[in-house]
Ligand binder design. Structure first.
Ligand code: NAP
Length: 344
């Protein structure tokens, strides 16, 4: 398959806008693009290359007319439209958490488990934007020595919540600096000049849903239910890019130099690690780029087989839109898109 027809559902949102930017940058091969959003945006025009494209409502008929529906809207929208698309022979590439743990739905980071795309049944899910950089790092390292346990603390930007959260952080920052009252809508507390150890609802076990996603999604993508992941997910007042402090316990001792060499050869990863010169990954450097940046690679002094590192990744690009486009590219390359190939 050399070219395709696509629909972007959620085209006006934080991920949707970045999706359109990346599709242009990569010259994603398509004959037709349809843009969908909520009723609020219908009729609005969005520029794509030289075209002005009018935003439409998503309908079953529209979904039938395309090869891929990239859905980046909300869980409710995905629940409604992804199965409708799949039923009509269209591949839904879904950004929400709705179908990620469904046994019939591959959960894919192309650099890690592209072969899972061969078994799709019309819906392919994208991992949580914090899981993606974690599995990008763990996968090549596991080939060297099994990973037993991971402790990860995330520092997640506000665009991880969407476009409205970014506006809220800017408004709150202005209000604090002007000594004006702060209005809180998107988060349980003020995010400007603050950090919130609370992303998604708390579960019975004291972890949040976001933290449990990092365990379950990691096990599914890496096909290893023995890997244990303990996450603490924290929202920070950063515009774009999620950071993660990761501690990995391997089966055998591994040196920081080995880690550097293995990750240095991995597509999609860039080593940024010269701390004595002040060089380490930062959100402002990862934002707008495609690579997962890895630095602060060191021996974990609390465990003989432990390694500690610091990872930063653009949540809107590799954490969402870029991963979606790479999945579509990989499916076209493997020729597993065409309706007749999977719709039996
Ligand atoms: N942000 C991230 O870093 C990230 C990473 C991974 C996954 N995701 C997932 O990606 C999805 C979108 O996130 P986002 O950050 O882009 O959110 P966002 O900025 O809030 O954008 C939401 C988009 O969904 C559209 N929408 C709302 N209701 C709709 C409906 N009934 N039909 C069609 N479109 C509708 C909105 O259109 P209007 O403009 O008309 O309201 C807007 O385009 C979510 O499922 C999120 O969990 C996000």
């Amino acid at each position: 398959m050399d070219s395709c027809k696509i629909a972007v559902v959620g085209a006006t949102g934080a991920v949707g806008q970045v999706f359109l930017e990346i599709a242009q940058q990569r010259n994603f091969p398509m004959d037709e693009i349809r843009l969908c959003a909520s009723i609020r945006s219908v009729g609005k025009k969005i520029k794509y290359k030289s075209q002005e494209i009018e935003v439409e409502l998503c309908t079953p008929e529209l979904l039938q007319e395309v090869d891929f529906a990239f859905i980046s809207a909300s869980g409710d929208v995905s629940r409604e439209f992804a199965p409708l698309a799949a039923k009509r022979g269209t591949v839904a590439i879904d950004d929400s958490s709705e179908f990620r743990m469904d046994a019939d739905v591959p959960l894919v980071v192309p650099e890690v488990n592209a072969e899972d795309l061969e078994n799709h049944k019309g819906i392919v899910a994208i991992p949580n934007c914090s899981t993606t950089p974690l599995v990008m790092v763990l996968n090549p390292l596991m080939k060297n020595s099994s990973v037993k346990r991971v402790v990860v603390d995330t520092f997640q930007s506000v665009t991880g919540t969407g476009a409205a959260a970014l506006s809220e952080m800017k408004d709150q920052s202005q209000a604090v600096l002007n000594n004006s009252p702060v209005i809180v809508k998107e988060y349980p507390h003020q995010i400007a000049f603050n950090v919130l150890p609370h992303i998604e609802p708390f579960q019975e076990n004291g972890y949040t849903r976001e933290e449990m996603k990092m365990l379950y999604e990691t096990q599914k993508i890496l096909h290893d239910s023995n890997i244990l992941v303990s996450a603490t997910c924290v929202r920070v007042p950063v515009a774009v890019s999620h950071s993660e402090a990761i501690h990995i316990e391997f089966e055998q001792p591994v040196s920081p130099q080995e880690i550097k060499e293995i990750l240095g050869k991995q597509a999609g990863i860039k080593i940024v690690d010269d701390p004595f010169s002040g060089v380490y990954p930062m959100p402002i450097d990862a934002a707008g780029g495609d690579d997962v940046l890895v630095g602060r690679i060191r021996k974990d002094i609390s465990h003989p087989n432990g390694i500690a590192l610091w990872v930063v990744c653009d949540n809107l690009r590799k954490g969402a839109a870029l991963n979606a486009i790479q999945i579509a590219e990989e499916m076209m390359k493997r020729e597993v898109v065409l309706k007749s190939n999977w719709r039996k």
